[in-house]
Design a protein around this ligand. Sequence first.
Ligand code: HEC
Length: 95
Amino acid sequence: MNPTRVSTIASAIFVMISSVVLPAKAADVAAGKKTFTTICAACHKLADYNAKSATELQTALKGIVAGKVKHEKKLTLSDSDIDNVVAYIKAPPTK
Ligand code: HEC
Protein backbone atom coordinates (compact mmCIF):
# COMPACT_ATOMS: atom_id res chain seq x y z
CA MET A 1 0.00 0.00 0.00
CA ASN A 2 1.40 3.42 -0.85
CA PRO A 3 1.90 5.98 1.94
CA THR A 4 -0.86 8.32 0.72
CA ARG A 5 -3.37 5.50 0.90
CA VAL A 6 -2.18 4.54 4.37
CA SER A 7 -2.61 8.10 5.64
CA THR A 8 -6.05 8.37 4.02
CA ILE A 9 -7.13 5.23 5.82
CA ALA A 10 -5.54 6.47 9.04
CA SER A 11 -7.49 9.76 8.80
CA ALA A 12 -10.70 7.91 8.06
CA ILE A 13 -10.17 5.75 11.13
CA PHE A 14 -9.35 8.83 13.20
CA VAL A 15 -12.55 10.55 12.08
CA MET A 16 -14.57 7.46 12.95
CA ILE A 17 -12.99 7.15 16.38
CA SER A 18 -13.23 10.86 17.20
CA SER A 19 -16.87 11.02 16.20
CA VAL A 20 -17.56 8.32 18.76
CA VAL A 21 -15.26 9.54 21.52
CA LEU A 22 -15.59 13.33 21.29
CA PRO A 23 -18.78 15.22 22.10
CA ALA A 24 -21.13 15.55 19.16
CA LYS A 25 -20.40 19.25 18.74
CA ALA A 26 -16.68 19.90 18.78
CA ALA A 27 -15.50 23.45 19.33
CA ASP A 28 -15.16 25.51 16.18
CA VAL A 29 -11.67 27.01 16.20
CA ALA A 30 -12.32 29.17 13.13
CA ALA A 31 -15.39 30.72 14.77
CA GLY A 32 -13.34 31.21 17.94
CA LYS A 33 -10.68 33.03 15.98
CA LYS A 34 -13.30 35.35 14.55
CA THR A 35 -14.64 36.14 18.02
CA PHE A 36 -11.14 36.72 19.32
CA THR A 37 -10.00 38.97 16.50
CA THR A 38 -13.22 40.98 16.36
CA ILE A 39 -13.81 41.39 20.11
CA CYS A 40 -10.88 40.41 22.31
CA ALA A 41 -7.84 41.38 20.25
CA ALA A 42 -8.49 45.08 20.87
CA CYS A 43 -7.22 44.51 24.42
CA HIS A 44 -5.67 41.03 24.55
CA LYS A 45 -2.88 39.08 22.95
CA LEU A 46 -3.07 35.30 22.82
CA ALA A 47 0.07 35.09 24.96
CA ASP A 48 -1.79 36.89 27.78
CA TYR A 49 -3.58 33.62 28.49
CA ASN A 50 -0.59 31.27 28.52
CA ALA A 51 -0.79 30.87 32.27
CA LYS A 52 -4.47 29.88 32.24
CA SER A 53 -5.74 26.41 31.45
CA ALA A 54 -8.73 25.91 29.16
CA THR A 55 -10.86 25.17 32.21
CA GLU A 56 -9.75 28.37 33.95
CA LEU A 57 -10.52 30.36 30.83
CA GLN A 58 -13.96 28.76 30.56
CA THR A 59 -14.70 29.56 34.19
CA ALA A 60 -13.41 33.13 33.89
CA LEU A 61 -15.41 33.77 30.72
CA LYS A 62 -18.61 32.31 32.12
CA GLY A 63 -18.10 34.55 35.15
CA ILE A 64 -17.49 37.61 32.97
CA VAL A 65 -20.57 36.93 30.85
CA ALA A 66 -22.66 36.41 34.00
CA GLY A 67 -21.28 39.65 35.43
CA LYS A 68 -19.63 37.81 38.37
CA VAL A 69 -16.02 38.39 37.31
CA LYS A 70 -14.86 41.96 36.91
CA HIS A 71 -13.82 42.72 33.35
CA GLU A 72 -13.11 45.95 31.55
CA LYS A 73 -15.70 45.22 28.88
CA LYS A 74 -19.04 43.47 29.32
CA LEU A 75 -18.95 40.35 27.19
CA THR A 76 -21.99 38.77 25.61
CA LEU A 77 -21.04 35.28 24.51
CA SER A 78 -23.06 32.09 24.26
CA ASP A 79 -21.70 28.88 25.78
CA SER A 80 -20.62 27.74 22.35
CA ASP A 81 -18.94 31.11 21.67
CA ILE A 82 -16.99 30.53 24.87
CA ASP A 83 -16.05 26.96 23.88
CA ASN A 84 -14.93 28.18 20.47
CA VAL A 85 -12.89 31.13 21.67
CA VAL A 86 -11.20 29.00 24.35
CA ALA A 87 -10.41 26.32 21.76
CA TYR A 88 -8.84 29.00 19.58
CA ILE A 89 -6.87 30.58 22.45
CA LYS A 90 -5.50 27.21 23.53
CA ALA A 91 -4.77 25.91 20.02
CA PRO A 92 -4.50 28.70 17.48
CA PRO A 93 -4.02 27.28 13.99
CA THR A 94 -0.44 27.70 12.80
CA LYS A 95 -1.66 29.52 9.67
C1 HEC B 1 -11.87 46.82 26.36
C2 HEC B 1 -10.75 45.91 26.56
C3 HEC B 1 -11.01 44.43 26.67
C4 HEC B 1 -11.70 43.63 25.76
C5 HEC B 1 -12.36 44.02 24.45
C6 HEC B 1 -11.62 42.27 26.28
N1 HEC B 1 -10.92 42.26 27.47
FE1 HEC B 1 -10.54 40.65 28.66
N2 HEC B 1 -9.63 41.83 30.03
C7 HEC B 1 -9.37 43.18 29.87
C8 HEC B 1 -8.59 43.64 31.02
C9 HEC B 1 -8.07 45.06 31.21
C10 HEC B 1 -8.44 42.52 31.87
C11 HEC B 1 -7.71 42.48 33.22
C12 HEC B 1 -6.21 42.43 33.04
C13 HEC B 1 -5.77 41.15 32.42
O1 HEC B 1 -5.94 40.07 33.00
O2 HEC B 1 -5.22 41.20 31.28
C14 HEC B 1 -9.09 41.41 31.22
C15 HEC B 1 -9.14 40.13 31.74
C16 HEC B 1 -9.60 39.03 31.06
C17 HEC B 1 -9.58 37.66 31.55
C18 HEC B 1 -9.10 37.23 32.92
C19 HEC B 1 -10.28 37.32 33.89
C20 HEC B 1 -9.93 36.78 35.26
O3 HEC B 1 -9.94 37.58 36.21
O4 HEC B 1 -9.67 35.57 35.38
C21 HEC B 1 -10.08 36.87 30.58
C22 HEC B 1 -10.26 35.35 30.62
C23 HEC B 1 -10.44 37.72 29.48
N3 HEC B 1 -10.15 39.03 29.79
C24 HEC B 1 -10.96 37.28 28.29
C25 HEC B 1 -11.41 38.10 27.27
C26 HEC B 1 -12.01 37.58 26.04
C27 HEC B 1 -12.12 36.11 25.67
C28 HEC B 1 -12.37 38.67 25.32
C29 HEC B 1 -13.11 38.67 23.99
C30 HEC B 1 -14.36 37.90 23.93
C31 HEC B 1 -11.98 39.86 26.07
N4 HEC B 1 -11.40 39.47 27.26
C32 HEC B 1 -12.16 41.17 25.66
C33 HEC B 1 -9.77 43.97 28.83
C34 HEC B 1 -10.53 43.55 27.73
